[in-house]
Design a protein around this ligand. Structure first.
Ligand code: SF4
Length: 888
């Protein structure tokens, strides 16, 4: 590589441009319109995720290495035999928002056009399906009408179910910069206090699942306040009266809205007045809206308010769904959801099946939607789906009732998984195909504002890893459809995708990028980010949509949707009195296959914890740092306790990232139920009834090891973070330490035969330290401490330093007692770029009387690089200011 390569971040739906320089450094691309050079902490750490350690390098069948030909022959033969014997609906693909558009296109064409089943669904079902369905009901197609600039040009931004500061940090940074300039009002609607709500003008901590009631009340209020845009409603919409009547039925009065949402009337009144009075209003919504058994109604309740005020498609106005994954939008454009056909055509659109059949020359086009994610795995478990190919996703950890999903995979006669790393899902596959990863594969992705960007390779895939499109095309050829799957690279696939978007379109479908259908290899290589629609002959990229109506419905009008209020799919009861909410952390991504390798990304939240409101914790007898057993009707787990002042009483929050690879707690989705939205099929991931009970803590420990162990011992709970050249495991014992320690120590140290052992014990104080060395290098260290001991454990960072260099023979007796291992106060890291912890920040702010984030940056550097920690720094500044005022 002699020139910098322009590519796109593989994490969230902001879709930031990344510049991969010839010297191997990665930085934000100043020319990319989404981020203008900025990256959040995850994007900034991308260069640290490029290690080949742990990558899948060769195809395997039944655990044995084989050739690509043999593996793909096996895949094609088993799919063919299953289809011949049981029909096309007995096979399925489960794909991912991590797939590039070209991968998606080939998968969709193979399943829906040639195998002849609708059974291809994507993990975007867990992420955005309710927005897709809501857009379809209101607009006639899955279209996000706005663009990112709208967040900067609005006078009011309403964030619903969105922790934008942690989940879409660069977009949040753009919003904050705009607020500083124009004083944009920010309202955050979220049951939980977050880094985002901490910086809001108004935070509405509504009851889980009550969004429909809040927005029904808003629609009724807009009507009463004379804030409707009657002319626009009459000219461009239908169904208003029925929607308003339903809204009035749900929310006949402010007290009724307050009763349904649990909010104070004054707060609701303030929000309604602000929205009614502010023409430039943008409502951003995300997983807190979508991941619900009433997700589609929530989306439509929001869209109703924007349609009723005509605030759509104009600068600083509109509803705005932000996607979780880097290419959730691309998958939707291709038709990668089971209820879509292709290129924004649905199965039930007149003429669509004929059009797609002709375009693909498809011999066996699917004629009805396939199984959506949750029902797909149910069908696998029940034996109705007998051959399954999973691509770039880890459903054994990420789907609701993950335990049953694992049972389903274990029982399925034939499971293929293509992925980059070993996961809990690959371990259950018959055939594992090594996939090219980010930085190695070539294609396109679409971000939340409809902008299509290139992902370009800047390094060779390791071993025999290959792109997903290639594996799929090779399988299509082996199944007998060589001509339809004969592309020579992603550019040819993209051309076909672009051509299909314009085929028989003539303005009837918004998704049209047919201007790109004639792109040659050089043009594909040089493609700059562009926003759709971009039909053939268009002079410039697409921008805002629907300001003047023109919706892709038969009469060109948008539809108001009546959204009667329904309660939660499963309400808390005496047996399960709390509600489990799952979500993301700032510095981790999905099931941590990539971010879980990076030491500095682990420092912000190193241990999986369940967050409780202070009052709930006190009532339940939970101590911070203690252990809690969480149980739902579907499973149980044991986690550390965190007390979170922002937590809504009656709820508990658990991050969704951890898996069996990283903790004995395993994936929290084992506990989550399988209730789904009746329209979108999206599962309810944020409101599962659970109960919580404290577990005793008898001892704590730290284990440093060069290998990523998954230790087992009675009552042992552990979590693992990476450090340079090794791993640190935090250990907590819910059972007393055995009188005879040796077997436990031996099991935990897992030292190789012949390793030299060093130990230091002070049973009187309740502390024990052990080390195993191989050829003068530390292989493992174990620190144990009885709970209640006045000693304390060293920090993981201090321990990790022992993996560096050789330990001289004379120094070994002092290895476990030196100054470097003196107990240090555990300090949660806030700034991952400069390694600045929360207590350091607090002390600096108080001692130097700092009042601005700029001043903190000047003093400590914190917040001056990627800026992901700025919301937390601002929250600490406010905390200090409140303390000072209270003391005055
Ligand atoms: Fe990547 Fe962060 Fe940009 Fe999202 S905001 S695309 S995670 S750099």
């Amino acid at each position: 590589m002699t020139q910098a390569v322009r590519t796109t971040c593989p994490y969230c739906g902001v879709g930031c441009g990344v510049l991969a320089a010839p010297d191997g450094t990665l930085k934000g691309d100043p020319a990319h319109p989404a981020n203008r050079g900025r990256l959040c902490v995850k994007g900034a750490a991308l260069g640290e995720t490029l290690s080949e350690a742990g990558r899948l390098l060769h195809p395997t069948v039944a655990g044995g290495r084989t050739s690509w030909d043999a593996a793909l022959d096996q895949v094609a033969a088993r799919f063919r035999a299953t289809i011949d014997e049981h029909g096309p609906d007995s096979v399925a693909f489960y794909v991912s928002g991590q797939c590039l558009t070209e991968d998606y296109y080939v998968a969709n064409k193979l399943m829906k056009g040639f195998i002849g089943s609708g059974n291809i669904d994507t993990n975007s079902r867990l992420c955005m399906a309710s927005s897709v369905a809501g857009h379809g009901r209101a607009f006639g197609a899955d279209v996000v009408p706005g663009i990112y600039e709208d967040l900067e040009e609005a006078d009011l931004v309403v964030l619903v179910g969105s922790n934008l500061a942690w989940c879409h940090p660069v977009l949040h940074g753009r919003l904050q910069a705009a607020r500083a300039g124009r004083g944009t009002q920010l309202v955050v609607i979220d049951p939980r206090g977050t880094a985002t709500s901490a910086g809001a003008d108004l935070h509405l901590p509504l009851a889980p699942g009550s969004d429909v009631a809040l927005f029904a009340g808003l629609l009724a209020h807009l009507a009463e306040a004379g804030a409707l845009e009657a002319g626009w409603i009459a000219a461009h919409t239908g169904g208003f009266e029925a929607a308003l009547a339903a809204a009035r039925e749900t929310a006949p009065s402010l007290p009724r809205v307050a009763a349904l949402t649990g909010l104070a009337e004054a707060e609701i009144r303030r929000f309604y007045a602000l929205f009614a009075a502010t023409e430039r209003s943008v409502t951003v919504y995300s997983q807190g809206v979508n991941q619900s058994a009433a997700g589609t109604d929530k989306v439509n309740a929001i869209l109703n308010c924007h349609l009723a005020t005509g605030r759509i498609g104009r600068p600083g106005m509109g509803p705005f769904s932000v996607t979780g994954q880097p290419n959730a939008m691309g998958g939707r454009e291709v038709g990668g959801l089971a209820n879509q056909l292709a290129a924004h055509m649905r199965f039930d659109m007149p003429g669509a099946q004929d059009l797609v059949r002709r375009f693909w020359g498809a011999p066996n086009l699917a004629t009805r939607p396939g199984l959506k994610a949750v029902e797909l795995f149910e069908a696998v478990r029940e034996g109705r789906v007998k051959a399954l190919w999973i691509m770039a996703t880890n459903p054994a950890d990420s789907l609701p009732r993950a335990g049953l999903v694992r049972e389903a995979l274990a029982a399925c006669p034939f499971v293929v998984v293509s992925d980059c790393w070993e996961t809990d899902t690959t371990r259950l596959a018959h055939v594992v195909l090594p996939a090219a990863a980010w930085g190695e594969k070539s294609g396109t992705v679409t971000n939340s504002e409809r902008r299509i960007s290139r992902q370009r390779p800047f390094r060779a895939p390791p071993g025999e890893a290959r792109p997903d499109w290639w594996m799929l095309a090779e399988t299509g050829r082996r199944l007998g459809w060589a001509a339809a799957f004969a592309w020579d690279g992603p550019a040819a696939i993209f051309r076909e995708h672009a051509a299909l978007s314009g085929f028989g379109n003539a303005g009837s479908r918004c998704f049209d990028i047919s201007a790109m259908a004639g792109l040659d290899e050089a043009g594909y290589e040089a493609m700059t980010p562009f926003r759709w629609p971009l039909p053939a002959g268009a002079g410039e990229e697409g921008s805002r949509l629907f300001a003047e109506g023109g919706f892709p419905t038969p009469d060109g009008r948008a539809r108001f949707v009546a959204t009667p209020f329904r309660g939660l799919a499963a309400a808390p009861d005496a047996a399960f009195p709390l509600l489990l909410n799952t979500g993301r952390l700032r510095d981790q991504w999905h099931t941590m296959t990539r971010t879980g390798q990076v030491p500095r990304l682990a420092e912000h939240s190193p241990v999986p914890a369940a967050g409780f409101a202070p009052g709930d914790a006190a009532r339940l007898g939970l101590e911070p740092g203690g252990l809690v057993r969480l149980a739902s009707p579907h499973g149980e787990t044991v986690l550390r306790v965190a007390i979170e002042p922002g937590q809504r009483p009656g709820e508990v929050f658990v991050p969704m990232h951890w898996t069996d690879d990283f903790t004995s707690s395993g994936p929290v989705d084992r506990l989550v139920g399988a209730a789904t939205d009746p329209v979108s099929g999206q599962p309810e991931l944020k409101a599962t009834p659970v109960r919580a009970e404290p577990l005793p803590v008898h001892w704590r420990g730290l284990l440093l090891h060069r290998r990523a162990l998954r230790p087992e011992a009675p009552g042992l709970h552990w979590s693992r973070v990476p450090v340079v050249q090794g791993h640190v495991l935090e250990l907590t014992g819910a059972a007393p330490l055995p009188a005879e320690l040796a077997p436990l120590v031996e099991a935990l140290l897992a030292a190789p035969a012949g390793a030299e052992q060093v130990h230091l014990a002070d049973p009187g104080r309740g502390i024990w330290r052990f080390a195993a060395l191989v050829e003068g290098r530390v292989e493992a260290c174990l620190f144990l401490m009885r709970e209640g001991s006045r000693a304390s454990l060293p920090s993981g960072a201090a321990l990790a330093a022992l993996l560096q260099g050789l330990v001289a023979e004379g120094a070994r007796p002092g290895l476990l007692a030196g100054q470097a291992l003196a107990a240090r106060p555990a300090e949660r890291n806030i700034c991952a770029c400069f390694g600045v912890g929360i207590e350091t920040l607090r002390a600096c702010i108080l001692d130097r009387r700092l009042t601005t984030a700029d001043a903190v940056g000047a003093a400590l550097g914190a917040g001056t690089n990627c800026g992901s920690c700025l919301p937390e720094i601002r929250a600490l500044l406010r905390e200090a200011q409140n303390e000072t005022e209270a003391a005055a």
